[in-house]
Design a protein around this ligand. Structure first.
Ligand code: SF4
Length: 213
């Protein structure tokens, strides 16, 4: 990476991390995936119950494989062959996990997490339940403010996910949001996390590279 670009990225990551800490959210600037896995292992213990929200970032960063291959009680929502009732049970059990892994759809420089969810299980677990919430975020998710966050989600993140999931929504063909009434609509819950009341519950792991949508 060009040294000047690297300088700007470092500044952006550290400014965001400092603001998260002011909001009672632990934050870590992480250089590479090896370091990411090391930090994750330091945050969870053998035999911990671990769970996760739907996330491309967790696939791309190898976090899901790390949890599958580690010495953890992993509530794996992606395990092949699960019935809808078994998936629902995993979602409910996830609320009592020792650690819940997720990404965030957007993260403002002043330290707020912004998410749009379809089922609501992911944002619900981020808000309450799991003892720890570990959020893995690529530099591409950092935005200047909530307005930019909403714009990013409506016109990039949600259409990308609708396309990936082959949903019958207008955005899956146009690439932009038209605030649809489709039965397949994936935008139902719009949630901003401003702060944590419980110290050391939420940990945001900030990566220099781009991951997820
Ligand atoms: S509201 Fe509908 S059109 Fe807009 S992003 Fe969500 S699914 Fe797509």
């Amino acid at each position: 990476m060009d040294t000047n670009t690297n300088f700007i990225i470092e500044k952006r990551l550290h400014r965001t991390a400092d603001n998260l800490k002011r909001n009672n959210i632990n934050a870590y600037v992480i250089n590479n995936l090896e370091e990411l896995h090391k930090v994750i292992k330091s945050l969870i213990a053998p035999n911990d119950i671990v769970a996760l929200g739907g996330s491309m970032t967790l696939f791309e960063t190898g976090v899901i494989e790390l949890l599958r291959n580690g010495d953890y009680q992993f509530l794996d929502r992606y395990e092949k062959g699960l019935s809808p009732e078994e998936i629902r049970r995993i979602y409910l059990d996830s609320f009592d996990a020792d650690a819940y892994f997720t990404s965030t759809n957007a993260l403002t420089i002043d330290g707020m997490l912004y998410n749009i969810d379809g089922n609501g299980n992911r944002v619900a677990a981020m808000l309450y339940g799991p003892k720890k919430v570990i959020v893995v975020v690529g530099i591409n998710k950092i935005v200047n403010n909530l307005e930019e966050a909403e714009n990013r989600l409506k016109n990039f993140t949600a259409p990308s996910n609708a396309k990936r999931l082959n949903l019958n929504t207008p955005c899956a063909s146009t690439g932009i949001c038209s605030d649809c009434n489709s039965p397949d609509r994936i935008c139902t819950d719009y949630v901003t996390i401003k702060r944590q009341r419980t110290p050391n519950r939420m940990h945001v792991l900030l990566l220099k590279d781009e991951y997820g949508y």
